[in-house]
Write a protein that binds this ligand. Structure first.
Ligand code: SF4
Length: 66
C-alpha cells in the first residue's frame, strides 16, 4: 500500500496523526504534515483508511503497490 498526500489540500489539521501517529506526523515547529511511512505495513491498513476517510480536506489517498 502506498499513501499519497496532496499537500496543496492539506491544512495540517492532524486528524490523520491522531488516528495513525506512526504514519503521519504534523511537525511541532513547521506545522507541516510529514509522511513517516510512505508504504505502511498491511497491519496499518485499517487505521490508514480511517485517516483517509476522516481527513477534513480530503488530502489523503491510498493506492495499491504495483
Ligand atoms: S488530516 Fe488531512 S488536512 Fe489534516 S494533516 Fe492530515 S492530511 Fe493534512
Amino acid at each position: 500500500m502506498r499513501v499519497v498526500v496532496d499537500y496543496s489540500r492539506c491544512d495540517s489539521h492532524a486528524v490523520c496523526m491522531g488516528l495513525a501517529p506512526d504514519v503521519f506526523e504534523v511537525g511541532d515547529e513547521d506545522d507541516l504534515l510529514h509522511l513517516l511511512q510512505e508504504h505502511p505495513p498491511e497491519a496499518a491498513r485499517e487505521k490508514v483508511r480511517e485517516a483517509v476517510r476522516r481527513c477534513p480536506k480530503l488530502a489523503l489517498s491510498v493506492h495499491d503497490d504495483e
